[in-house]
Design a binder for this molecule. Structure first.
Ligand code: ADP
Length: 245
């Protein structure tokens, strides 16, 4: 992983021209597929991801049901054409299983699950094109899809990663940075309370570096949350425009 031959920072600028604390550009389109209860499409840098929600429906197979609350099932998948890397077999692999699990946990902390006993709510995240940070982009997109589904939520989670190149903390690592940096820390946050619902770390950081990384994540979260809310408002603004004509 640590390849010092690749210089990720040059005079404070990254390979894609960003500063250390700069996000990639993010665009979210709401309601992209007709047959899901909520859906959204995100372009986050060169990542392209669709998230779609199904449910609540009766939990099947029955033994997976919880009589007190809804269960969340998440399937994160990368399309076979999404990455330049060799994928191995198509379909679920260890990495996809792990990302599906941590994503479900983010939403377990935010949905009012006890309102739907015995049911399941499914989150599908389909990565069409990947360039690092797809779990963060997938969670951010699924959050918008979930809000559009109308399933009651306490908050609108967002996720982004921060990492380290040498001693420099950088925000929102792309694929090459993810591969060659000294640390990568994806985090998901509930912005209303500041609760952290996902925190993973590849590599290591000092306490100071961790604080700095968290600071960048929380600051950039204001921008990410704003983009999510604008995507949620977009369908209503379009309707308003139509009536004005
Ligand atoms: P994230 O996308 O959340 O940063 P990782 O750190 O695991 O997740 O992976 C970084 C990037 O490496 C991914 O976005 C993807 O482009 C690529 N990648 C990782 N694992 C695989 C895999 N099994 N098949 C194809 N590409 C992969």
């Amino acid at each position: 992983m640590k390849n010092k031959d690749i210089q990720l920072l040059n005079n404070g600028k990254r390979l894609d021209g960003r500063t250390a604390s700069e996000l990639r550009s993010i665009k979210i389109v709401p309601n992209v597929v007709k047959n899901a209860v909520g859906s959204a499409y995100i372009e986050w840098g060169n990542n392209k991801i669709i998230a779609a929600i199904h449910g609540p429906t009766e939990a099947l197979p029955r033994h997976t049901a919880n009589p007190d609350r809804a269960v969340i099932k998440c399937r994160y998948m990368m399309a076979p054409f999404s990455s330049v890397e060799e994928h191995g077999r198509v379909g679920m692999n260890r990495r996809a299983t792990e990302i599906s699990k941590v994503t479900a946990e983010v939403f377990e902390n935010v949905l009012l699950l006890d309102q739907f006993p015995g049911t399941e709510i499914s989150i599908y995240i389909e990565v069409l094109q990947s360039d690092g940070g797809t779990r963060a982009a997938g969670i951010t997109c699924a959050s918008v899809a979930m809000a559009l589904s109308g399933i009651p939520m306490r908050d609108l989670p967002y996720s982004v990663s921060a990492g380290k190149v040498g001693d420099q903390i950088i925000l929102d690592l792309n694929k090459i940075e993810d591969n060659y940096s000294d640390a990568d820390m994806p985090v998901a946050i509930l912005p209303r309370t500041g609760a952290v619902t996902l925190l993973q770390m590849d590599g290591s950081m000092t306490k100071e570096q961790y604080r700095e990384a968290m600071h960048l994540i929380v600051e950039s979260g204001k921008t990410i949350s704003k983009i999510q809310k604008e995507a949620l408002k977009a369908p209503y603004l379009e309707t308003e425009q139509r009536y004005k004509k």
